[in-house]
Design a protein around this ligand. Structure first.
Ligand code: SF4
Length: 287
């Protein structure tokens, strides 16, 4: 009986050359060119403001690195397909290669969202190595999680590996048992804040705005205003975005004390804060 050769264990991934061949625009010769490109595009759209860090410190808002499609929730507005649970996790080596590509493409200081699915469903050691790899490459690692498995112990280990931000996704689309309003979910949000309290992490919350919670958004905003020293928020997919890093800087200084880098955030002076936790790229000025 003929012996059938086994198929390769992992699917083939695009090489850097193949990706470049399909790129929608020519890549700049060096990562620094990405910041200039973003400045130009923002200026063309009339969105380049004094004090804006996009285009000065960051070459791009962020890059999402999907580390798994598995998840322990089943949100009604999830962006993944119905078959996501059947998708195998990308091997660690491939993720490392992608992290290296991101660094080669956008350079240092790039913010990488470690996303999924639920990234905390990956092995703890894998997650730590992913964060460490990003940090060692001079970039910022953000964990995007629904929080269920983001324990204090895990957040501590990840922050020691170089994690800079944690973004908790909490809202009614998740159908968490025992929580039938956004106001009730504030108890979950408070628990997550406590898990991160005192760690050198910026804390964010993502909230999906949809018909089922639209009337409750003012109450959620009031909650976030109460804890603004501890977190920032972003709203999706309704197009609202209230992110800002001033509260994060303030939080950081309480947690860690001063850092020797000048900050360009618009509200920095309002808090007498001219420092932030991240290394600062040279400011190239306005385009
Ligand atoms: S937590 Fe995120 S990945 Fe998981 S089901 Fe919800 S939207 Fe999808």
């Amino acid at each position: 009986m003929p012996v059938l050769s086994s198929p390769p264990l992992e699917p083939p991934y695009l090489t850097a050359e193949e990706i470049e061949a399909f790129a929608p625009y020519p890549l700049p010769p060096a990562p620094a060119g990405q910041r200039a490109r973003l400045r130009k595009r923002l200026a063309e759209a009339g969105c380049y403001e004094p004090g804006q860090i996009g285009g000065r410190r960051w070459p791009i808002g962020c890059v999402s690195l999907e580390v798994t499609q598995r998840c322990n929730l089943d949100c009604s507005l999830c962006y993944l397909s119905e078959h996501s649970e059947a998708v195998r996790d990308i091997p660690l080596e491939e993720l490392f290669r992608r992290i290296d590509m991101i660094q080669a493409h956008y350079g240092e200081h790039t913010d990488i969202e470690i996303s999924g699915g639920g990234p905390t469903l990956r092995r703890r050691e894998d997650l730590i190595r992913i964060v460490r790899r990003i940090s060692e490459k001079g970039m910022r690692a953000s964990l995007f999680t629904n929080g269920i498995r983001a324990t204090r112990e895990l957040l501590t280990a990840l922050s020691e590996a170089g994690l800079t931000d944690v973004a908790f996704h909490v809202d009614l689309t998740q159908k968490r048992k025992g929580y039938n309003s956004e106001a009730a979910l504030n108890a979950v949000r408070e628990r997550y804040i406590e898990r991160a309290r005192g760690l050198p992490l910026a804390v964010f919350f993502n909230t999906t705005v949809f018909a089922g919670n639209f009337d409750e958004i003012p109450a959620v905003v009031r909650f976030f205003r109460r804890c603004l020293s501890w977190c920032t928020t972003s709203w999706m997919p309704g197009g609202l975005s209230t992110s800002g890093c001033t509260p994060v800087c303030s939080w950081w200084h309480r947690a860690r004390g001063p850092f020797p880098c000048a900050c360009t955030t618009p509200n920095a002076t309002a808090l007498s804060c001219d420092r932030c936790p991240w290394p600062r790229a040279p400011d190239p000025g306005t385009p």
